[in-house]
Design a binder for this molecule. Structure first.
Ligand code: KIV
Length: 261
């Protein structure tokens, strides 16, 4: 696959990745960053769910298709939703549905020791898979319970082992979510597929952020430490809305310029 070489460590440049849930955002991102992820974070970010466990195959199919249609240059990554890859059979049949419907370059699944067998099965079936380890949001009903991992030796060892197993079984990359810098460094230095981090320090081979966080579109008051707002869209949009409202009330909009004769 031509573009997949981005996921080769020899590519050296840190890999950039952002989420997109809609065609308009996909168009903005395409070609400017390496990977575009239709993440199941759309459950909480877009649909206002309290976690990602309510995200369905249909949601991923609709958003995946709408987004991926617009992507011409970046690599397309799609999340498999909660409970759709609990065993090998379900995983493969749901993966095929998502691949046929949305044509992503890679699928991403959240991995625990128990899920390694699923990862292997998908790879054996020639599917490109990203292994998501560390904090795996699909395992949390309550996001407030999420805590950074990799602080204890036991966690460090467990995560390193998961990453190594993911590589051995054929994952194309490992996504590290909310883990300490030293654990991210240890993993990155000990595997030869790229690590892509979110809340996992600069030691990863790449970084991913939720686009809505990048532009501060979310109304979430509790901003995780790793989120950097590159733009305050919330403020800019609020001001635009206020101005529009004022102009409508004052009958300044629509003026002649915006009127058909
Ligand atoms: O669903 C998602 O957007 C993700 C990112 C947080 C990496 O998995």
């Amino acid at each position: 696959m031509k573009k997949i070489k981005i996921l080769n460590k020899a590519f050296t440049k840190p890999i950039s990745c952002l989420t997109a849930y809609s065609p308009s955002i996909a168009k903005i991102l395409d070609g400017k960053i390496d990977l575009i992820l239709v993440g199941d974070s759309l459950g909480s970010t877009l649909y206002g769910m309290i976690n990602t466990q309510g995200v369905t195959m249909d949601m991923m199919k609709h958003h995946g298709k709408a987004v991926n249609r617009e992507i011409k240059r970046s690599l397309k990554v799609l999340d498999m939703p909660y409970k759709t890859y609990d065993n090998k059979i379900d995983a493969y049949s749901n993966a095929k549905i998502l691949l046929n419907h949305c044509a992503p370059d890679l699928l991403k699944i959240e991995i625990s020791e128990k899920k390694l067998v699923v990862l292997k099965h998908l790879v054996d079936k020639k599917i490109n898979v990203i292994s998501h380890i560390g904090v795996t949001p699909q395992s949390y009903k309550n996001f407030n319970k999420i805590k950074v991992l990799g602080r204890t030796n036991k966690e460090k060892k467990y995560l390193l082992n998961l990453a190594k197993e993911s590589e051995t079984l054929g994952a194309k990359a490992v996504l590290l979510e909310c883990i300490t810098a030293d654990t991210a460094k240890l993993i990155t230095e000990n595997i030869s597929i790229p690590t892509i981090g979110i809340g996992a320090s600069r030691y990863c081979d790449g970084q991913v952020l939720v686009f809505d966080d990048l532009i501060n579109l979310t109304t979430n008051n509790k901003k995780p430490k790793f989120v950097k707002n590159y733009l305050n869209f919330n403020k800019i949009a609020s001001n635009a809305v206020k101005k529009y409202n004022q102009e409508v009330k004052l009958k300044k909009y629509p003026s002649a310029k915006f009127t058909y004769n």
